[in-house]
Design a protein around this ligand. Structure first.
Ligand code: ADP
Ligand code: ZN
Ligand code: ZN
Length: 751
């Protein structure tokens, strides 16, 4: 019987990131367990704090009489189960953070916070009346109303007359219904908005769920393979490389259903932005009340409720972004990660974990399988699949035979040579005219907003930057310069701050300039713009998508936001205005990122019955990322890019650790970074690693902190881990390093 508990103290001071030992009183012996939350005396004993039991042991660390007793076992909230503690320990070991930070990540909700009550939308009329309304809305061309009533009728149908409702956030968010439309329908008494219990799940519940689609042979084989392995006790990782529309989601649903039938539970991770109404509805109509979603708009209380339901065995499937990985399922059978290449799966706060790696770890610990899916797999995953570490499946055709869009590359250098200085190449201009004639919709995508609107000096070449963040300021229509990191603003400068020259101005177009240009060029055309500015207001994003979905605009101009998720069946032309923008980002992943963006953008066109067309405008038409995306040829991109990574020793050919040092004084940041570099060289003196820097970080100054970064490269991840620990110890001993001044990012992915 263990007599002692090693307890981690749950307060944010990182220096307390170690365990303290306490005696277990006799009357607690039966109840205490690893993961229990306990109250303990702390410091000189005059105050009490809460902690987690990390270990039970019969070996005292000190003389028995010096150990204090645990005061109380606190009620378990969402169980910090044994394996979550282990997972937290693994994250700490792998990514370099404190145990407290890791524990907070794996148990994100610890207090029941009374959140905003969740609201639901349901029909307030009979089915016949609803159908009559639908007809009149159609006549009036009230498309948002039509969409909502159709969706409500549809779920009612699958629920066989049982009363059903949709959560408000799903309606406004994913179905693109604005709150004014909701209010109008409420006034007309067609719908009702209710605040039912937080617990109630959105849609359908019925024994007779939506009839599953019959999987095609290529899909069925994948599901069968995964399940057959699972039943044999082989819990592997599978990568499905399938173009958009190739039927991956149906595979996820089928595999999840098979798991649920065995009493196993399933986590489905989706990047937040891709958490589309359509996808979620497909899961709802198959799993009814036994599926739930998490998203970042939920209050802590709502998340808590969903986690509690999962822990209680009320759910078979949880869908959500990165954090849904920590759903406390007791019988986890499968983790699915859709769009596995997305950088949203890498945390940008400590611990900087990657959800893919962490999912695979959780699956290993609990005997679950993992399915990864993507149209453009990450180099990491594809390499592992080729090595046989993951099992690879390929789906090369769109379901229903829809053709991939035709892609044309417009060489902007030739346009310039021909005297065309406008935003649109001649071929894109012609394609736009053609679509406008045929009354089909057009999307124009400009990547990297802000990057484009910078102000620079023609004489000295200096770019005007934010004094706080060292990123270029962008010129806006209000005549001012704005910082996109901290919000700093200043009037447009008249002379160059560096050399005093008057030849200063904006040179490249941002989304705003494109919008204006389009309006000038096509005066009758209705244009919408979607970027950070136009969506900043609450509901702005939804309002724009609703208008576009309703056909209230012919052209949607936007940033990355328009590339992902939403499907517009009437869009037959996608213009990519400057494919090079993301190639110029100083990051070794820029080609991969560009290929993904171009492929995704290309996938937006021609989702309906009419064929799609894509025009990619670029100054580098021969670049392999552009060429391969235009040819829909992933393999070609992979080969080229992998060659480059091997040559340069970048992941996944090698591993990379970023060591970030920050300080209010630039010279201090530099000095500390140099000290760390010396230490790295010292620690690896027997077998030197490659260490680059120190250099100013990508954002060299953020919120008045100067940032220097060192990169350590090595083929062996364990060596980097060892070095990281050596540095952590060193930093802790050196008083010149203040708390939090050094942070690690293993295989960083920032854009
Ligand atoms: P992905 O997730 O790869 O983009 P989806 O699973 O969404 O692809 O499939 C694209 C479309 O094809 C969806 O409308 C889906 O319902 C349909 N579909 C997929 N598989 C089948 C099938 N076996 N039979 C009929 N329709 C299918
Ligand atoms: Zn100048
Ligand atoms: Zn700033």
């Amino acid at each position: 019987m263990p007599n002692y508990a090693n307890v981690i103290v749950d307060i944010a001071l990182e220096k307390l990131d170690r365990t303290f030992q306490y005696r277990i009183p006799k009357d607690m012996e039966d109840e205490i367990r690893v993961g229990a939350r306990v109250r303990i005396p702390f410091g000189n004993g005059s105050r009490s704090v809460d902690g987690y039991v990390l270990e039970l042991t019969d070996k005292p660390e000190y003389e028995e009489s010096r150990l204090k007793e645990i005061q109380e076992i606190l009620p378990a909230e969402i169980g910090v189960e044994q394996h979550f503690l282990e997972l937290a320990a693994w994250m700490r070991e792998t990514y370099g953070a404190t145990m407290v930070q890791c524990l907070k990540t794996v148990t994100p909700v610890r207090r029941k916070i009374r959140g905003k009550q969740k609201r639901y939308v349901r029909l307030n009329v009979t089915r016949e009346q609803a159908e009559a309304c639908l007809e009149s809305f159609k006549k009036k061309n009230a498309r948002a109303k039509v969409r909502l009533v159709e969706a409500l009728l549809e779920i009612q149908e699958s629920a066989e007359g049982e009363e059903v409702s949709l959560p408000c956030e799903l309606v406004t968010g994913k179905l693109n219904i604005s709150s004014s439309t909701l209010q109008a329908l409420q006034r007309e008494e067609v719908i009702q908005v209710t605040a039912s219990r937080l617990y109630r799940n959105p849609a359908v519940h019925s024994d007779e769920k939506r009839r599953p689609v019959a999987l095609r042979e290529s899909q069925r084989q994948i599901v069968e393979q995964v399940l057959a392995d699972y039943r044999k006790g082989q819990h592997g990782t599978y990568l499905i490389h399938g173009v958009t529309g190739s039927g991956k989601t149906e595979i996820y649903i089928e595999a999840a259903a098979e798991m649920a039938a065995m009493g196993k539970q399933v986590i489905v991770l989706i990047p937040e932005i891709a958490l589309t109404y359509q996808t979620v509805m497909r899961f709802y109509s198959r799993f009814g009340q036994r599926v739930s979603i998490l998203n970042s708009r939920m209050s802590a209380g709502e998340r808590f409720d969903q986690f509690e339901r999962a822990g209680n065995g009320e759910l078979d499937v949880m869908i959500g972004p990165r954090s849904a990985l920590f759903t406390p399922f007791l019988h986890l059978g499968l983790i699915i990660i859709d769009e596995e290449h997305e950088s949203a799966y890498k945390s940008e706060t400590m611990p900087r974990y990657h959800a893919r790696e962490t999912a695979i770890r959780r699956a290993e610990m609990t005997g679950a399988s993992v399915i990864l899916g993507s149209a453009t797999p990450s180099l990491e995953s594809y390499t592992k699949a080729l090595n046989g570490e993951y099992r690879l499946f390929s789906l090369t055709e769109r379901q229903g035979g829809g053709a991939l869009p035709s892609v044309e590359i417009a060489d902007l250098r030739k346009e310039l040579a021909a005297g065309n200085r406008s935003v649109l190449s001649r071929s894109l201009y012609e394609a736009i005219c053609d679509r406008l004639d045929r009354q089909e919709q057009i999307m124009l995508f400009l990547n990297r907003r802000g990057f484009a609107g910078f102000v620079s000096c023609r004489e000295c070449g200096q770019v005007v930057k934010c004094p706080h963040c060292d990123v270029s300021l962008s010129y806006h229509r209000d005549g001012r310069l704005h910082c996109h990191y901290c919000g700093y603003q200043t009037p447009m400068v008249k002379t160059c701050p560096s050399c005093g020259s008057r030849y200063i101005g904006t040179f490249k177009a941002g989304t705003q300039q494109v919008e204006e240009y389009i309006k000038k060029t096509f005066p009758e055309v209705r244009v919408l713009r979607m970027d950070l500015d136009t969506t900043r207001q609450k509901g702005g994003y939804e309002a724009i998508l609703e208008q576009f979905a309703n056909g209230e605009a012919d052209i949607l101009v936007g940033t990355q936001m328009i590339v992902k998720g939403h499907d517009f069946k009437n869009v037959t032309l996608m213009g990519i205005l400057a494919a090079d923008m993301s190639l110029m980002v100083p990051d070794y992943r820029s080609a991969e990122r560009t290929f993904q963006l171009l492929s995704q953008a290309a996938g937006r066109a021609g989702r309906g019955k009419r064929p799609g067309q894509v025009v990619i405008q670029t100054y580098q038409p021969e670049h392999y990322a552009v060429q391969a995306a235009a040819a829909h040829d992933y393999r070609r991109f992979y080969e080229e890019e992998m060659g480059y990574r091997m040559l340069m020793g970048y992941p996944p050919a090698a591993h990379l650790a970023a060591v970030m040092v920050s300080s209010r004084e630039e010279s201090t940041a530099e000095e500390l970074a140099k000290l760390l570099k010396e230490r790295i060289l010292f620690l690896s003196r027997e077998n030197p690693v490659e260490c680059m820097g120190p250099a100013p970080a990508g954002i060299a100054k953020l919120r008045d902190m100067y940032r220097r970064v060192l990169y350590i490269k090595d083929r062996d991840f364990d060596r980097l881990t060892e070095l990281r620990k050596g540095l952590e110890d060193y930093v802790e001993q050196q008083p010149e390093f203040p708390e939090g001044s050094v942070q690690f990012d293993m295989n960083p992915m920032q854009e």
